[in-house]
Design a protein. Sequence first.
Length: 354
Amino acid sequence: MLYRIIDADDLPSLIRAFMDSYELVAPVKHGPGYIFDVVDDPSDVVLDYPTTIASPKKYFLPSEETLFKFDVASNDVVDFEIDIKPRVLFGVHPCDLNAIERLDAVFLDSRYGDPYYRARREATLIVGVGCMPTQNCFCHRVDADEAPRGYDLFLQDLGDRYWVSISSVAAAEILEESTHLREATDEDRALFAAATHRRTAAFDGSIPNVQDIAMLMDTYHSDPFWAEFGSRCLNCTACAAVCPTCMCFDIKDILSPDAKTGERVRVWDSCNSPHFARVAGGHNFRADERGRVRHRMYHKLNGFKVKHGSMLCVGCGRCVNACKVNINPIEVFKFFDEKTRSSAVLSKEANDAE
């Protein structure tokens, strides 16, 4: 890993240099919030943005995509050739960098890798950027507040300059050609440390720091809490739509009007949807909201970690913003915190009685 410093005035030049060879996707203002979108003008890029409404996941895993086409009469299948553009995803927060790594673990590193995801991922450079947490950010509680990898460049704003972490040759060449790089000084390192401290101090301290969350998901798997928690669910699936790591999908065969040809399409789905666990014959393995909400939280906080070593939730807070009935991991953490505190009190009273 290399570290360099560039002046803040060099940032537009860096963006233009990327735009010369790549499609550039970056955070831009959109109504009352911010979204990731294709950028044509460097001045549209906003790097000091709060969390975007939705994640950049759609640039690797589109909400709808054709997998292949078929001819019913001849029983022929034609692979669908996707139009892959070399792309730079610019200005990605650490939580979203961690989220992309979680997606990579499933779609790239599994025994049966996904060729559609892989094609987009390999054609994309990623430029991360440091951020300040909003009220609903809890990435620090799920070990996703830092991104030691998963980017080609990472920019940390130091005021009139940027600290740049460099981890790929392709990005380094563009950086060197378009900016005035210099070595970091002791002053730069002090500014970097101060920026890191400000960010750490800005998180909401009322969000509990719960240890052994995965174990607690097992311990309280049958607790009445889940019935009340799930009963709030409106089945709107907004949480999955904005989540950077939700990866459930459905497959549909769509026939042409004459029923002679068609195409197989992959579309986003959600385990919170009432029909998600319904199988042939009509049986539904998670027919009620309690089971669906608990399953989703279990996968985010336990199941994925068992297999891949990290929680699937990256604490971006988007589900906190999107859910109208306050169903989110923070509420689960509060429940666990209350339970562990109560257990500690009972244990102390029992010891004192002895």
